[in-house]
Structure formats: structure tokens, C-alpha cells
Design a protein around this ligand. Structure first.
Ligand SMILES: [Zn+2]
Length: 489
């Protein structure tokens, strides 16, 4: 009985730990050391919570001469006229005429010299000038000026899909490989993961782990058998990647959901949390940069959308005291994913994309408030970008969770605009718009007037009209935020 108990408590220490010669020894850990144009993967040993590196392997890789004096149990490393001398079982290292103190003694095991990781900065940097960087507990080391930008990852369950988002300050090439029940995202350069693993688990994801133990950065997503499809999408010039995991499609109107596949809260307005304030609003000025949008002699759509977005920002800040973010505050190009990502990443409670309309008929003058509608036809997962503003991208379903609230916000906007601009029509319409489809909060797209209509174009360029328009939209946002439909994420 007692023996069994001991066995159990030892097992509780963790499968990787076992007693060995009085030392608590963890399983070997592969640690890549990244140099500017090369890398070395060493097998480190963790003994009594100290990470030891096989130091001869490191200095051989760096081409540093050494003498391993077996009988004296010393290792001497040389660089120019300087030398480092270390002795088995001693934490003292002599560097020329100085003595350096390591936090733990040097070990010698099976012909291997094992030095605590701090030896790199305390000893080797002093001898060779090569700098080393590492984070406590992180199994990787960067040498010299290796550029390893931070990689952030997070995962969200969005009703019927699970989305893993990767974000980096520099463009990455990421390749998706499927391997039975795993999705592997191979990254083409060294990066520094903000977290080694995510806590996220849901019906499609068992674990998300960053792994570069072979010197190649990748994220390994362990998935469940519910995953029937997955898709990798780049955004923001390859600085953002979305991995979307799909399960067998569930019809929104399904009466009795199968037990293993709980219905998305999206389909049930009764579970939308009520009476919460709109705290963060993201405004998306349509188009930008090379993408001018619609154009008339008086104005380009991209300039109108930015001017209106800026006015709307100050109107909302003054009136509601909300945090207001623009997806762009200058004349730059942005793709749809990057636009909705600004809203998603900042946990916005409302997302408004601003556009101007264009009709080949010069006398058309109507405006529209769009909310997302899925393309329920064929090609649920295969439709390619087509149609107006190339906005079709029907496979994202994140918007569904807030569809009721989106419609409600659109109705408030329609009502306010119709009152403020008499004689103008503001239709609430639905369309499969990519910029809305990935947004995970109430979201809508306002399309003002017709730039091909000279009267409309002139009005839209008028600064006082833009201010009035902004004030009217802010009114509608305020009414929406006080309504039970406004939901906080
Ligand atoms: Zn547009």
C-alpha cells in the first residue's frame, strides 16, 4: 500500500521528472541557438531546475579553439590572448587573471562538459564578444544580432468556427501542413513567441503549442475529429495570419442540434447579453492607398471615407466618451482581414465600415446600410472573391454571433439618417461582405450616396455636411448603445 502511494506521488511530480543520482532530472530539452546565418540545436539537461548546455558543442560550432584536459578535469577555451578555464564541479571559472562566479557548478558527464546557461553571458561573451539573449524558462537562445521579432498568438471560439490568430511585427511566410489530427503552421524565420502554448481548448482544439525544438519555428495545433476543414489566410501584408478550423456545417435553422455540436449562440437572440454599454467603436474608412474606391471629379471615395471617419471619431469621443479607433488614419491600403482584425483585436463593441456608393446611373441617389449576410448558396467553402469591391468571402462565420445586434444597429442608423437628411433613402440591406464577415461584434457598412451623381458628390465633399453626417451617426450609435441589443464582447 505504502509503495503504491509513493509511486503515485512520484508520478504526480510529472511524467518528465525522475530521480537520478540525487539530482532531479527533467527529460532532455532541445534548445536551438540562433546565430545570424546558422543555427545549432543542442540537447540541454535540466538538473535541479538549472538548464545545462553541452558547452563543447557550442564552442566547436562557433569555431573557438579549446583544450579538454582529461586528467586535470579542466576545459580551457581560447580566443586571441584570452582564455577561460573551467574545472569539473566548480562554479568558479578563471578568465585571464580574474575569477568569474557561475550560479551553479560546471559538470562533466560521459565526456560532456555541461555548463549552466548563464555561462554564455558570464563567460563566453567576455571571451569572444558574442552576445547571447534568452528568456528565463524559454527553450531557445539568440546569438549576436539575430533578429527575432515577437510572435503573438491567440485562439477564439467563434460559434461554428475556431480561429487561431498569429501576429508579428514583420511579414512572415507561414505554411499550413495537415498531419492526421494536427495542423502545423511552419514559419520561415526565427521568431520569439510571446507564449509557448495557449490555454485555449474547445470542441475542435486540444492544444496549441509553439515548437522550435528542431530549430524550425512552427505552431502545432492538436485538433479533434470534429475538424472537417481548415483554412489559412494572410492579412496585413503577411503580418497577421488566421487559421480557421471548421466543423461540419450546421444549418442556422436546425431544430434539434446534434448533441456533439452545440448550436452557435449566434442563432439564438435570447442569449445575447443585454444592457451593456458600447465602450470601443472601430471605424473603418473604406479603401486607401492605391485603392481609391469609387471616383468622381470632385472626390475619391478613399478621401471621403477618411474625412468622415475622423469627424465621426471626434463626434463619438465627445458625445459618448467611447474609445474610438480607426482602421487607418492615413492614405494607406489595407485588406479586409486587417480591417476587421483591428476591431477583433481591440474587443470593439461596434464596427462601422464607411463607403461611398457608385452607380452607373448618374441620377441614382440612394444610400445603404449593409449588414452581413452569408452567401447561403452553393460554394460555401469554395466561393472566390467576386463582386462589388471584391467583398465576397463567405466562409467566415464570426459575424453570426452578433447578427441580431448588427441589424438593430443598422435600424438605428437608418432611422437617424432618414430624419437628419430628409428626402434621402437609407435602405437596410444584407450582403456577404468580407470586411464584416470576420468581425466578431455588431458590425455594419454604411454606403453613402452615389459619387457618379454630381449633386451627391458635391454634397459629400462639403465639410459641414460631413460634420452633420458624423453627428447623426454618433446619435444612432448612442441610441444603439443604450438599447438592449448592444452587447459587449
Ligand atoms: Zn467602397
Amino acid at each position: 500500500m505504502k509503495l503504491i502511494r509513493i509511486a503515485i506521488s512520484l508520478a504526480a511530480l510529472g511524467a518528465a521528472l525522475f530521480f537520478f543520482g540525487g539530482l532531479i532530472r527533467a527529460a532532455d530539452t532541445n534548445i536551438p541557438i540562433y546565430f545570424p546565418n546558422s543555427k545549432l540545436v543542442v540537447k540541454a539537461e535540466v538538473l535541479n531546475r538549472v538548464t545545462y548546455l553541452p558547452i563543447k558543442q557550442v564552442i566547436e560550432f562557433m569555431g573557438i579553439p579549446y583544450t579538454d584536459a582529461l586528467a586535470l578535469e579542466t576545459l580551457t577555451i581560447r580566443s586571441g590572448n584570452s582564455r577561460l578555464l573551467m574545472t569539473k564541479n566548480s562554479a568558479l571559472v578563471s578568465y585571464n587573471d580574474q575569477i568569474l562566479l557561475l550560479p551553479s557548478p560546471i559538470l562533466r558527464e560521459d565526456g560532456r562538459w555541461l555548463a549552466p546557461i548563464e555561462f554564455l553571458t558570464i563567460g563566453l561573451t567576455r571571451l569572444t564578444g558574442t552576445e547571447f539573449r534568452y528568456r528565463a524558462g524559454a527553450p531557445r537562445i539568440y546569438a549576436e544580432n539575430v533578429d527575432a521579432p515577437e510572435l503573438e498568438m491567440n485562439a477564439q471560439t467563434l460559434g461554428p468556427i475556431t480561429r487561431l490568430t498569429l501576429r508579428c511585427s514583420v511579414p512572415l511566410n507561414v505554411e499550413l501542413k495537415r498531419d492526421d489530427q494536427r495542423a502545423i503552421l511552419a514559419i520561415d524565420r526565427s521568431v520569439d513567441p510571446f507564449r509557448e502554448r495557449l490555454d485555449h481548448r474547445d470542441r475542435m482544439v486540444r492544444s496549441v503549442v509553439f515548437d522550435d525544438s528542431d530549430g524550425n519555428a512552427k505552431i502545432v495545433v492538436d485538433t479533434t475529429r470534429d475538424v472537417t476543414d481548415m483554412r489559412l489566410t494572410a492579412a496585413d501584408n503577411n503580418r497577421v495570419y488566421f487559421l480557421d478550423l471548421f466543423t461540419k456545417r450546421e444549418p442556422v435553422t436546425e431544430a434539434v442540434p446534434p448533441p456533439a455540436l452545440p448550436a452557435a449562440p449566434a442563432a439564438r437572440p435570447d442569449v445575447i447579453p443585454a444592457e451593456r454599454k458600447v465602450r470601443v467603436v472601430v471605424i473603418d474608412p473604406g479603401h486607401g492607398g492605391m485603392d481609391t474606391g469609387a471616383k468622381s471629379a470632385a472626390i475619391a471615395e478613399k478621401d471621403f471615407t477618411l474625412a468622415l471617419a475622423r469627424k465621426l471619431r471626434s463626434a463619438l469621443q465627445t458625445r459618448l466618451g467611447t474609445t474610438v479607433l480607426l482602421t487607418r488614419d492615413s492614405d494607406v491600403a489595407l485588406d479586409n482581414e486587417a480591417r476587421s482584425a483591428v476591431a477583433n483585436n481591440n474587443q470593439a463593441n461596434l464596427f462601422i465600415s464607411v463607403h461611398a456608393g457608385y452607380s452607373t446611373n448618374k441620377t441614382d441617389a440612394g444610400s445603404s446600410v449593409f449588414v452581413m449576410k452569408e452567401n447561403f448558396g452553393e460554394g460555401f467553402t469554395t466561393a472566390s472573391a467576386t463582386g462589388r469591391d471584391q467583398l465576397f468571402l463567405p466562409w467566415y462565420l464570426g459575424y453570426r454571433i452578433h447578427q441580431q445586434a448588427s441589424v438593430s444597429a443598422a435600424n438605428f442608423l437608418q432611422e437617424a439618417l432618414s430624419k437628419a437628411i430628409p428626402g434621402s433613402k437609407f435602405a437596410v440591406r444584407t450582403a456577404p461582405l468580407a470586411v464584416l464577415s470576420s468581425a466578431t461584434m455588431p458590425s455594419l457598412l454604411l454606403e453613402m450616396g452615389n459619387l457618379n451623381n454630381p449633386m451627391n458628390a458635391q454634397t459629400l465633399t462639403d465639410a459641414s455636411f460631413q460634420s452633420r453626417l458624423a453627428a447623426t451617426i454618433a446619435d444612432a450609435v448612442q441610441r444603439f448603445s443604450e438599447s438592449p441589443q448592444a452587447a459587449a464582447n
